[in-house]
Design a protein around this ligand. Structure first.
Ligand code: BEZ
Length: 235
């Protein structure tokens, strides 16, 4: 029976576990090489599989959008380097899908045949598969801290608009010291921190706090316009 410690799950707010690895773009030392940048470390179950191919084509097509947000993509599967290289070449040379063609994957794809990294990041989830990583997504901030984790099963491809929304949301929450309500998008109202004193809460509820709308004493929002949000992204 395999010990549970092989399957530790990193948690939000913790330092991203460090590792050195070989990738399709050379060696990396993670997260140290990404200090000062956001990164998204994500795993896929296997090369030469259809859902993963659709995901890689989508992610690679959005790579410049993520770079513009000061975010680097880093992929991983438990396949070897030559499999990765052959798969990415096939994608570029042969696959045309949903208007995407000639797609070049320029971000690093980690080889992890020993599953060392996958196990460190809780990407091997035995109830789903003992031999393949699930579709994990780790958002890591410029200080190397894990800020969001999303796991998907083998059978469901990720929503890349949502991944971009998460990154924009994390940066906006940091930039403006606000929280963001359900389905928030740039330009939507944001949540202001709960007032620290009764007087401030009453002022807000009475409509005296300028630009603030309160639904109750614990739930107040304010406008934050799209241009202001976007001007602060990627910093
Ligand atoms: C896929 O990417 O298509 C896939 C990979 C592993 C299991 C099921 C689907």
């Amino acid at each position: 029976m395999e010990s549970n410690e092989n399957y530790v799950m990193p948690r939000i707010g913790e330092k991203a576990p460090s590792f050195k690895a070989v990738t399709t773009q050379g060696d990396i030392n993670y997260p140290a090489d990404y200090e000062g940048k956001w990164s998204i470390l994500f795993s896929h179950p296997a090369d030469f599989t259809p859902v993963c191919t659709s995901e890689f084509m989508t992610f690679a097509s959005m790579d410049k959008e993520f770079q513009a947000l000061n975010c680097q993509l880093v992929g991983l599967s438990v396949d070897g380097l030559y499999s990765h290289i052959a798969w990415l070449r096939t994608i570029k040379e042969k696959i045309e899908y949903k208007g995407m063609k000639n797609v070049e994957v320029n971000f690093p794809l980690i080889e992890d045949i020993t599953m060392e990294v996958a196990k460190k990041y809780g990407m091997i989830q035995p109830g789903e598969s003992n031999t393949k990583a699930v579709r994990a997504v780790f958002f890591v901030d410029p200080k190397g801290i894990i800020r969001t984790i999303i796991y998907y099963p083998l059978s469901l491809g990720r929503n890349f608009d949502e991944l971009k929304r998460v990154l924009i949301g994390l940066q906006t929450a940091d930039n403006f010291s606000v929280a963001l309500p359900a389905d928030w998008r740039p330009g939507d109202d944001v949540i202001v921190p709960t007032a620290g004193s009764c007087g401030v809460a009453k002022e807000r509820m009475d409509g005296k706090a300028e630009g603030v709308t309160c639904y109750d004493w614990f739930f107040c929002t304010k406008k934050l316009d799209k241009d202001t949000v976007e001007a602060a992204l990627g910093k």
